[in-house]
Design a protein around this ligand. Structure first.
Ligand SMILES: Cc1cc2nc3c(=O)[nH]c(=O)nc-3n(C[C@H](O)[C@H](O)[C@H](O)COP(=O)(O)OP(=O)(O)OC[C@H]3O[C@@H](n4cnc5c(N)ncnc54)[C@H](O)[C@@H]3O)c2cc1C
Length: 231
């Protein structure tokens, strides 16, 4: 798969973290395959997660009643979005595969990564009306979530206290990535590294690297309600 382009959007504060180890394993494995790997290290970049007026470099269409969602597609067409947004959009546009590497925060994304999705995957760039789900503008690209948790696999099973972790992935995988046209691959979930032995943690990192060795052959999941909420 030499020449394929991969973007890793990485959201952890600490270079010594388990998330950092998974990110490093991905960079190493994919580079070994000859892929061109780019990492957006959101905390190191001090990435701005808030969607505000500062995202627009030109005049607003209605300065009296600021409506971010209405301003965005016009600003995108007029090339009047702030440089931090367009730089990330260029990376996404280039990528064949986007990996999101993050710890689960409150059954969801860390705020800095949610903000990346809010600002970067904007109307006009990632989707439009029409132009969503199967005709989303990022169709043809693959996306995969690589998530770490505090809770164990048992806790996130159908009968566990948190319920099936797939339910929490619906807004991220389906409502965001699939909506924008991505082909979503099965998530990589590294459960509870903080409670695992050193050997078990090394096994989780090795499993991720092994999966990446064949990631280009994987078929996407059937990203419909049945995958998330089926029996
Ligand atoms: C605000 C907030 C909300 C949260 N909400 C939730 C929630 O809703 N649900 C939930 O389940 N969890 C939740 N958590 C917990 C969080 O998801 C976990 O703490 C996180 O996923 C663990 O990943 P980490 O990279 O931070 O682990 P770390 O603590 O960095 O690492 C775990 C261990 O792995 C070791 N390690 C590092 N590199 C390697 C390596 N190469 N090989 C082997 N071991 C290594 C580290 O030294 C450490 O001992 C929340 C945490 C926060 C802060």
């Amino acid at each position: 798969m030499a020449g394929k382009k991969v973007l890793i959007v990485y959201a952890h504060q600490d270079p010594g973290s388990f998330n950092a180890a998974l990110k490093k394993a991905a960079v190493e494995e994919l580079s070994k395959q000859g892929c061109l790997v780019t990492v957006s290290d959101l905390y190191a970049m001090d990435f701005e997660p808030r969607a505000t007026r500062k995202d627009f470099t030109g005049p607003l269409s209605d300065p009296e009643h600021f409506n971010y969602g209405l301003e965005v597609p016009r600003a995108y067409q007029q090339k009047a979005l702030s440089r931090d947004i367009t730089a990330e959009q260029e990376k996404v546009r280039d990528a064949d595969l986007v990996i999101f590497q993050f710890p689960l925060y409150w059954y969801s994304l860390p705020a800095i990564l949610k903000g990346w999705m809010d600002r970067v995957l904007c109307q006009g760039f990632a989707f439009d009306f029409p132009g969503f789900f199967e005709s989303g503008f990022l169709k043809g690209k693959r996306a995969v979530l690589s998530i770490t948790t505090g809770g164990s696999a048992d806790m996130y099973s159908k009968t566990g206290i948190s319920g099936d972790i797939r339910c929490y992935l619906w807004p991220i995988q389906h409502g965001t990535l699939h909506f924008c046209g991505f082909h979503v691959l099965a998530p990589q979930i590294s459960f509870a590294p903080g409670y695992a032995s050193q050997e078990e943690r090394a096994g989780l990192v090795a499993a991720w690297a092994r999966r990446l060795a064949a990631i280009w052959e994987e078929a996407p999941i059937d990203c419909t309600a049945a995958w998330y909420f089926g029996q």
